[in-house]
Design a protein around this ligand. Structure first.
Ligand code: 5GP
Ligand code: ZN
Length: 113
């Protein structure tokens, strides 16, 4: 399967890893949009948010718990941060293996930026 993030999980490509366990991998985004910008991905290939199944609910919870744990380690859990999952074209998704963007270290605006 020609998936960039699966290649990282298989170490065909070496990402800048910040956390790994049996289910989840987290690494620094190559084009950071904040002082901290980490991608948290499941080791299971799931293409988009639309493809999450009932059996994946615990895994999706793990993605979020990992983001929270990392936010604590980076020291911005209390001041706040942003977690985003983009879906398909209008959502701005460019890599079709689900990932949480964990961004922290600056003020974010809503709905843009
Ligand atoms: P999306 O647009 O799908 O929500 O997010 C994809 C993210 O993957 C983008 O923030 C982009 O910068 C990041 N990205 C794309 N290619 C690479 C890569 O080769 N290495 C890393 N670390 N991040 C990547
Ligand atoms: Zn994949």
């Amino acid at each position: 399967m020609d998936c960039l993030f699966c290649k990282m999980i298989n170490r065909e490509i070496e990402p800048d890893i910040v956390y790994e366990d049996d289910h989840v991998l987290a690494f620094n985004d190559i084009n950071p949009q904040a002082p901290t910008h980490v991608l948290v991905i499941p080791k299971k290939h799931i293409a988009t948010l639309n493809d999450i199944q009932e059996e994946d609910l615990a895994l999706v919870g793990r993605l979020h718990r990992t983001a929270v744990k990392l936010a604590g380690q980076y020291g911005f859990a209390e001041e706040g941060y942003r977690v985003v999952m983009n879906c398909n074209e209008n959502g701005g998704q460019t890599v079709f293996h689900i990932h949480l963007h964990l961004m922290g270290g600056r003020q974010f605006t809503w709905p843009a930026g």
